[in-house]
Design a binder for this molecule. Structure first.
Ligand SMILES: Cc1cc2nc3c(=O)[nH]c(=O)nc-3n(C[C@H](O)[C@H](O)[C@H](O)COP(=O)(O)OP(=O)(O)OC[C@H]3O[C@@H](n4cnc5c(N)ncnc54)[C@H](O)[C@@H]3O)c2cc1C
Ligand code: FES
Length: 244
């Protein structure tokens, strides 16, 4: 659905990082791992941003300022309205499981929050492993802990937690599981797929239509079959598509 939503909260929570809460009626349809496309005033193409939390009457997004669109978004104020299209794509599966491991890198962390919330609501043990470049970039550690997750941090420069990647943290903490749900940079997703047999990755792509019509966000499997990140994903099982 397309809806004019009201910005009910806009706050900076880190370096170039913002948390925005949008009052909307699409909460009933939204699932963890899905995304919305935001019509930033003055920008032609909508910007895809993951749903980070689904509340009764609002959706929370967390976004990093990387260019003009996200800069303008960060300048919008509480009380203003913004046009949103969604919820879009296929999210993370929420299944009856005893244990899941959620792995996020940088701005791949936001969609894992609602995923963790829903797994914790059914009493699943949730290990969360978050990777960042340095400790200044870390966000949402406390929020995951409050949900009852066990949280491990990896930083590339070793300024907090395990020095290195999320894979180093998984090994150091002896975390193993038959279901890993992940979102983050491509090298991280590739390393996870190469190390663990079962799980899901959430992919990013440059997007235009967001509904599977323009084929602008295509990835392929080993046989060359095309999948649209916006409609067939953004969440795919490990090994389904070739990561290049
Ligand atoms: C399904 C999906 C979910 C996303 N969820 C989030 C989220 O929760 N939080 C968040 O901060 N960002 C998220 N992104 C990325 C976000 O869409 C882009 O950062 C944003 O569109 C950039 O817009 P801009 O106008 O500020 O930057 P632009 O001026 O368009 O680009 C600035 C820089 O960002 C890169 N970039 C732009 N769009 C993308 C993209 N879609 N994927 C990868 N790199 C891009 C460009 O190559 C360029 O280097 C998501 C992307 C997708 C596809
Ligand atoms: S953005 Fe148009 S098909 Fe995915």
């Amino acid at each position: 659905m397309v809806e004019n939503t009201k910005i009910i909260k806009q706050e900076q929570i880190g370096v170039d990082l913002y948390r925005m809460e949008l009052q909307t009626s699409m909460t009933n349809q939204a699932k963890p791992g899905q995304f919305i496309q935001i019509q930033v005033p003055g920008m032609y193409l909508r910007r895809p941003i993951s749903i980070s939390e689904i509340k009764k009457d609002s959706l929370v997004i967390i976004y990093k300022v990387v260019g003009q669109g996200t800069k303008r978004l960060s300048e919008m104020e509480e009380g203003q309205t913004i046009n949103v299209f969604g919820p879009l794509g296929n999210g993370f599966p929420i299944e009856q499981r005893e244990h899941v491991v959620l792995v996020g890198g940088g701005v791949g962390v936001p969609p894992l929050y609602e995923t963790a919330k829903q797994y914790r609501a059914q009493n699943t043990k949730v290990d969360v492993v978050l990777g960042f470049n340095d400790k200044e970039q870390i966000f949402y550690e406390e929020e995951f802990i409050k949900l009852g997750c066990s949280v491990s941090i990896a930083t590339m420069d070793g300024s907090q937690g395990t020095k290195g990647t999320v894979i180093n943290a998984l090994k150091e903490r002896n975390i193993d599981c038959d279901c890993i749900l992940s979102c983050g940079p491509l090298p991280m997703l590739k390393a996870l797929q190469n190390t663990y047999p079962n799980g899901y990755i959430s992919l990013e792509a440059r997007m235009a239509c967001g509904i599977g019509a323009c084929m602008g966000c295509v990835v392929k499997d080993q046989q060359g079959h095309a999948y649209r990140v916006c409609k067939d994903g953004p969440v795919f099982p490990f090994g389904k598509v070739v990561l290049s």
